[in-house]
Design a binder for this molecule. Structure first.
Ligand SMILES: CC(C)(COP(=O)(O)OP(=O)(O)OC[C@H]1O[C@@H](n2cnc3c(N)ncnc32)[C@H](O)[C@@H]1OP(=O)(O)O)[C@@H](O)C(=O)NCCC(=O)NCCS
Length: 123
């Protein structure tokens, strides 16, 4: 089989996430979008909105990879878990049996008003 790669990218205005996190729908947004370990990680940071925004961008970037691969047409945010390794680098775990053969890598950055992430999916 020939290896194929699918890229994805996303940018998020951190204030958009901050507004959601301080709204009445905060818990609903967090619980629908992030796993409990992701929530724990982001909330351990002094300004959690930045880290939630980075992970949100990463999940959107990964969804683009997956959708452009044609392997699957829809995936829930919580089927994608992004946690730091011992170096702090983000590691992706896709909770979907049909995507087990794929390898997904992501990189996250945040500065000022924006968080950005790019991802690559390889079969
Ligand atoms: C890794 C490094 C390049 C990140 O650069 P930065 O400009 O500070 O951070 P950015 O805003 O661009 O990116 C932050 C994201 O980088 C990612 N990241 C952190 N460490 C990483 C690493 N070792 N490798 C890859 N990605 C990493 C994380 O996803 C982080 O987002 P998160 O905190 O929401 O999980 C920088 O911290 C570095 O050079 N570290 C080397 C070790 C070091 O100096 N550590 C300092 C602690 S003593």
């Amino acid at each position: 089989m020939v290896a194929d790669s699918y890229p994805g990218i996303d940018i998020v205005v951190i204030q958009r996430i901050r507004t959601l996190l301080t709204s009445n729908h905060s818990q609903q947004f967090i619980n629908r979008t992030f796993t409990s370990k992701e929530k724990e990680y982001c909330q351990s940071k002094p300004d959690s909105a930045i880290h939630f925004a980075g992970r949100f961008a990463a999940k959107e970037a990964i969804k683009k990879c997956i959708m452009s691969s044609g392997e699957i047409s829809i995936i829930a945010f919580k089927d994608i878990e992004i946690l730091p390794n011992e170096l702090g680098a983000p590691v992706v775990n896709i909770v979907s049996e049909s995507l087990n053969e794929y390898k997904c890598r992501v990189s996250i950055s945040h500065d000022g008003e924006y968080a950005i992430a790019n991802a690559i999916f390889t079969l």
